[in-house]
Design a protein around this ligand. Structure first.
Ligand SMILES: Nc1ncnc2c1ncn2[C@@H]1O[C@H](COP(=O)(O)OP(=O)(O)OP(=O)(O)O)[C@@H](O)[C@H]1O
Ligand SMILES: [Mg+2]
Length: 277
């Protein structure tokens, strides 16, 4: 891994052509050493914001800056070549389709691409790193299977192995827990936490608010074009903020053992307009 980096969006405004404003004055920072999670309702603009952070979409206003903790001058992400960007920032989109017919091992090797020179084949070192990433995601036994033949959760684990193999300082992950069972979700989240503690900067989008409660160091809540709240889980996952952003049919309580916020859909709530007359 290179030196630790932070990634900061400042006063970012964005709209898709012909649509209403989606993001206004958004400020968000991915700091090394912290597991940061981005939450918010469907369609709030989380994936769009992550694409802006990854340098794949340009904001209408504002900037995204990459800052090395070695104290070098911060760089505008837009000024980096795609390859230089990929060495520093690994991005897992919400929907990924690897090339058809690729085996698991080949898909994970794609994660090594930013480290290879175009005239060389993957070397011993690349294969070792790929093997290690497959082991850590618990899918080494699937290495020769064709990607399309795997279950949804197995595919996601392979894609995450590819992200680990990229060994970037910053990880931007759009719903990485999608399809993972509770055990794999726990081990993967613990791994992310350890990677963060070792100096990586990690931003995860998630709809699993209880996972965010358990693992996030910092949560950003995006709703109604803005960052509505940011802070530790207990500061952001409050009844008022969650109900205001997602709707009033959610209940926030505290876990008796850990004291962490627990967010559950309310089984009782009924929209008065839907009550039998
Ligand atoms: N390429 C695009 N062109 C036009 N509109 C888009 C495009 N991509 C997304 N949108 C719209 O922008 C809004 C935000 O989309 P985005 O994917 O960023 O939301 P999200 O918060 O990630 O939602 P979800 O939780 O459902 O993944 C949505 O209304 C979506 O329809
Ligand atoms: Mg999304």
């Amino acid at each position: 891994m290179d030196a630790p980096f932070s990634l900061t969006a400042q006063e970012v405004t964005f709209r898709y052509a012909g649509q209403e404003s989606l993001l206004e004055d958004v400020r968000l920072s991915v700091e090394p050493g912290a597991l940061t999670m981005l939450i918010g309702p469907n369609g709030a603009g989380k994936s769009t914001l992550m694409k802006i952070l990854a340098g794949l979409l340009q904001p209408a206003q504002g900037i995204v800056q990459l800052q090395s903790s070695l104290g070098e001058r911060s760089q505008d992400l837009a000024g980096l070549s795609p390859l230089a960007r990929a060495r520093t920032v690994a991005y897992l989109p919400q929907e990924v389709l690897p090339p058809e017919g690729y085996t698991v091992q080949e898909v994970v090797l794609l994660g090594r691409f930013p480290h290879q020179r175009w005239w060389t084949l993957p070397g011993e070192q690349d294969r070792k790193i790929v093997g290690g990433a497959l082991e850590r995601m618990g899918v080494a036994q699937l290495r020769n299977r064709v990607f399309e033949s795997l279950s949804g959760g197995e595919q996601q684990a392979v894609l995450l192995a590819g992200i680990l193999a990229q060994q970037s300082s910053l990880l931007l992950l759009d719903e990485p827990g999608k399809g993972l069972d509770v055990h794999h979700l726990a081990t993967f989240s613990q791994r992310l936490k350890r990677l963060a503690q070792a100096g990586r900067g990690i931003l995860c989008i998630t709809h699993d608010l209880n996972l965010a409660s358990r693992f996030a160091d910092v949560i950003y809540l995006l709703s109604d074009r803005r960052i509505r709240a940011q802070g530790r889980p207990e500061q952001v996952l409050t009844q008022a903020l969650v109900a205001e952003s997602y709707g009033s049919d959610v209940e926030v309580t505290r876990d008796a053992k850990s004291g962490l916020p627990v967010v559950l859909p309310d089984s009782q709530f009924q929209d008065p307009r839907e009550l039998p007359r």
